[in-house]
Design a protein around this ligand. Structure first.
Ligand code: APR
Length: 247
């Protein structure tokens, strides 16, 4: 393992030789867009809540208004945020390598707004809404003062279309992500603490299948010791550098 802040030439060569690059991103790639990372201390009104205690079906059953209001607050933050140079560099990298599969744990949609194609959103999308009882996916719902609003199809409460702790990941997204992790010859893990499975298992599947592996994160993670290349720095700084050297 090779931990550094500069991009090693061997990594550039490895990327040039790769036929299929798989990338897993986490909250860290959106940190430089001003979207707080999931485990970061929260500010203001929400400081006293642990995000992991708000992002569960139990929390929603207990206090649906609290959970809906928390997601409305996050949705507003994300709405104001813009993709940063890290997101943009990944969208550009997809045009250089023969095949790039972008898998994200982020629900903020910033990769999609940076023009990345076919993003696998393992944990859903905060801008989408579905109903709690039957999973009806909705673009809109009738005006009302109810918080949360009710599903116009079955009248159950509406919730964000994100994966909460204790819930299954969308089956097709997970299956496609696993296939990419097993088939790729290079895997990049960017801005994730690699604590939440099954997403955190994807880089290890790539290791098992003999892919070269890279971590980009200012901090050490449980993955670090398995990685061939470890770049210590932020995604917004390192990914554009990587792209420049690739070109
Ligand atoms: N560039 C790269 N990495 C960064 C940056 C940055 N600018 N800033 C922070 N990081 C790193 C942190 O060091 C940390 O390792 O990003 C990681 C963020 O970790 P988490 O907040 O745990 O986010 P993530 O790994 O995406 O969490 C996974 O868990 O809470 C659930 O569903 C939620 O999708 C989330 C999942």
């Amino acid at each position: 393992m090779n931990s550094q802040t500069e991009i090693p030439k061997e990594l550039i060569q490895t990327i040039h030789e790769a036929d299929h690059v798989a990338v897993l991103t986490g909250a860290g790639i959106s940190a430089e867009s001003g979207v707080p990372t999931f485990r970061e201390a929260q500010t203001g009104l929400w400081a006293k809540y642990d995000p992991q205690e708000l992002a569960t079906p139990q929390a929603f059953r207990r206090n649906p208004k609290l959970v809906w209001d928390w997601y409305s607050w996050r949705r507003a933050l994300i709405h104001k945020a813009e993709p940063n140079p890290g997101h943009l560099a990944l969208a550009e990298m997809a045009k250089i390598v023969p095949k790039l599969t972008l898998i994200t744990q982020n629900v903020d949609g910033l990769h999609q707004r940076a023009s990345s194609q076919d993003v696998i959103a393992l944990h859903g999308n905060i801008m989408e809404t579905k109903c709690f009882a039957n999973g009806h996916l909705l673009d809109s719902w009738p005006e009302s003062d109810d918080v949360p609003p009710h599903c116009p199809i079955c009248n159950s409460l509406l919730r964000p279309n994100v994966v909460w702790f204790g819930e299954n990941l969308p089956a097709y997204a997970l299956q496609t992500a696993v296939q990419a992790a097993q088939a790729c010859d290079l895997f990049l893990s960017i801005g994730t603490s690699a604590l939440v499975h099954p997403a955190a298992s994807l880089p290890l599947m790539a290791v098992e299948n003999g892919a070269a592996t890279v971590e980009i994160n200012p901090q050490e993670t449980p993955l670090t010791r398995w990685m061939d290349f470890v770049l210590r720095g932020t995604a917004g700084e390192l990914l554009p550098k990587l792209l420049t050297q690739l070109r």
